[in-house]
Write a protein that binds this ligand. Sequence first.
Ligand code: P1T
Length: 394
Amino acid sequence: MKFSTKAIHVGQGADPTHGATIIPIVQTSTYTQDGLGDHKGYEYARTGNPTRTALQECLASLENAKHGLCFASGLAATHAVTTLLSSGDHVICGDDVYGGTYRIFQLVMTRFGLTFSFVDMTDPKRVADAIRPNTKLIWLETPTNPLLTIYDLPAIMQIAKSKGIITAVDNTFASPYLQNPLDLGADLVVHSTTKYIGGHSDVVGGAILTNNDKYHETLKYHQNAVGAVPGPFDCWLVLRGLKTLGIRMRQHCENAMKVAQFLKTQPTVENVRYPGLPEHPQHDLAKRQMRGFGGMVTFNVKGGLPAVQRLLGRTKLFSLAESLGGVESLIGHPASMTHGSIPKEQRDARGITDGLVRLSVGIEDVDDLIADLSQALAGATVAQTTTTRVPAQC
Ligand code: P1T
């Protein structure tokens, strides 16, 4: 079966009870048993739920994985991966990741005896150099959030494999439609299903997919033991979004490319980053390991924060909001929003400067999106009074 057929059918056969064509929302916390130990596969809804099972199976099939586990959020899935580790273990993490990932690693999990090195992985040799005797996990995003850097998955996975280190790839920005890290050697794929997979900005969720039976068993144990599971309605919403992932991603890619090309022509814009642009530093690598370049675009606005604030206040179709991957376009300021948890010196050193703007390009008519950016950029060059944002740190 090919991608969009799997997205619509895997795990989603007609309901045996009533023949419902669409997977029902099995809204129950517990399951009546016929006798002690005699049940239909479900005992308690933290441990398992048929709507969640359908989603887990479907997501696993889309990442070419044997196993899938869903969580209450992308960060709950990230946290679950750390349950494969023990106090004293060392983790190598890409130095450009979602600010919340940095926060749970550096500001939360270090209190439990884990240590983290944040490494620029554009040269895989730097990953090899960062390995210590106690390194147990390599974690990365590609494309990265927010700078859209592409890392060489086969090369990094090979380095990890030679040392017996677990690899986890957060595939949220690409979605399984554009990239399958397990096929490129990763042990675990992590998703915030809140983003492209859900696709409609109406649900929060996360998932881990793997072919490794041992990791799956441990993660499943912790999924139940910790209990950060999604409710049945949330799973149903993600399943509903998932059905159109392929068609949405094609439009996101097409629109984002046009928006990136437009931004390049704008005198008030510099350093447009989009993996589909030939001048992107890892454009050839992106072509090799992805099937499209995604819907995210970042750029710098000349004039720094004041110019950015004016721009953010002027877009009408691009909503100023956290998150990404929905059908509607969003605009954000990583330094004060998604990456506000990272200390300023580190943000600046990594390129997440006050002048950086991130777009999640939706699937509206691209002519309208470009017209909106065009008017907002034109207006942003005219100085106006603005209010100062309080960092939201989502
Ligand atoms: O929000 P949540 O479902 O918990 O997902 C966390 C997460 C994990 N991985 C990546 C790459 C992410 O981008 C995110 C969440 N990101 C945003 C909310 C954002 O606006 O970037």
